[in-house]
Design a protein around this ligand. Sequence first.
Ligand code: F6R
Length: 609
Amino acid sequence: MCGIVGYIGAQQAAPLILEGLTRLEHRGYDSVGLAVVGAGREPAVKVVKAAGRVRDLGSDLPKRFSGRSGIGHTRWATHGPANDVNAHPHTDEKGDVAVVHNGIIDNAAALRAGLADDGVTLTSDTDTEVLAHLIGRSVAETLEERVVEALAAVEGTYGIAVVHADFPDRIVVARNGSPLIIGVGEKEMLVASDLAALVRHTTTVAHLADGEIATLTPAGFTTFRHDLTRVARTAAEVDVDPTSYDAGDHESFMRKEMLEQPAAAERVLRGRLDERFGTAHLGGLEMDPRETRAVRRVKVLGCGSAYYVGQMGASLIEELARIPADAEAASEFRYRNPVIEPDTLYVAVSQSGETVDTLLAVQEIQRKGGRVIGLVNVVGSAIARECGAGIYLHAGPEVAVASTKALTNMFLGFSLLALQLGRVRDLSVADGRRLIAGLQALPAAVEEVLAQEDALAAVAQRLAEAESLFFVGRVRGFPVAREGAQKFKEISYRHAEAYQTSELKHGPLALISEEVPTVAVVPDDELTERNVAALHEIAARKGPLVVVTHPGVDLGGLDVVRIDVPHLERELDPILLTIPLQLLAYHAAKHLGHDIDKPRNLAKSVTVE
Ligand code: F6R
């Protein structure tokens, strides 16, 4: 959430920062700004900022902002509305210091009051501005000391980058809970909150750890603790294809990422399936068979769509391994003082690996002595590092705010975990092999669903006309409905409500009418008959129906729009049933003319509580 970029070196900073900000815009896009340290005998910090997008800063900006070091920010508002004043960077009263900040300062109100009592005029509503004043008022000798002194007063989370007119040879950065990555170039250094802003320039990077600060100069970087003792941190090469952060010829990142699903699915399965023993090999779990057998319960924690896929995963584990398993919203978990059991395996699931609610749940479990593994896409991210063990998802960079390919790979990650847990228990080798065959066939089956895009686009256009929709499913189909409704509301801004099909008659049926369509998930399974009976009840109230189902399912002659997806193994149904719902949401949003990759009020990677 929010993006930070900084540059110091021989090139002009402004164009590089603007380019980096464009690559980070999915992290927050309500306002944007940058500060450049001008050259000359009396270097000054020049700031420009505005509500809106990077492109709104104007194409003539680099000409007006010459200087070889600077910092930039793209914002997702937490304190105060998205306007020009609240945009980052924030400065002190003299305008010598500029600060960009990701995260939340919890004691900002008290600090603001203290500064106001001291006669400081605060101009914005933000928490970040206090940092600029605190640094600006410090009389310590070095910029590093001033930053550390200011941070000592602050409670909360931050990733910050600071420039100062009196210290034009450096950028000082600090991290506590919000990621910062240092990029090492040829006589130039970069910093960013996300690899996406760096990889065009360098793939030699160092991740700053929580509690560390760093000084960047054109010659290199030095890392410190808050007592300013040195920390040895060396940069390493990351294996990443810079073009994977580009949309290429695709009209949006979301479409690109949906179409990448078959290839991404192959990657997460590669080298992890053992056909001989009908099981999975997950070295990253760091659990031997005895420990795997000792697991008595599985609890999955994730947020938003990751939570819904977590529900799919928990059902899969319960079904295959016969271990009680459930999923819970990580954002709620630690607030109910959860009982942490020694023989429960906790699984934190996250694309970004930075979602703070999930990270805090992980820390709560660990603090109470529980064992938690991560199902994470971004290698080296906070959740991955905190868990230490787990399954990387190998979906590749996901840029669109609406998650697609990472979710599919989460489901596959859960399938692998369920296989491994199942095969040290009662899952037979034959069933293990049956599932492996299903998993191997899955990428091609996803391709088949994606090939129905034109037909799905036509259905989506009709659904887009409705102000309100239901998405319904039962048992395995319910998390599918939840994810379908989530995608639809997230990018089309239509009210989409997910319900258990079985619960409709207990209340929501009252809302069904000609104007309120229902998208029903009806797999070919032991519940098909009950599901079809519910469809009749909806049809009897004139509710239009779109049914996502399997070939051969008899819908009892109902007048519905039917979408068939391939049927592999029933345990794997949920993910294939989800793919058409992604396309429905996408084409509804497209039809309505929305900015699909940057839906209103949202941002990728929620690093605030
Ligand atoms: C919805 C979506 C969000 C994320 C959620 C968790 O399309 O993308 O609901 O799933 O914010 O994010 P991660 O997986 O990064 O922890």
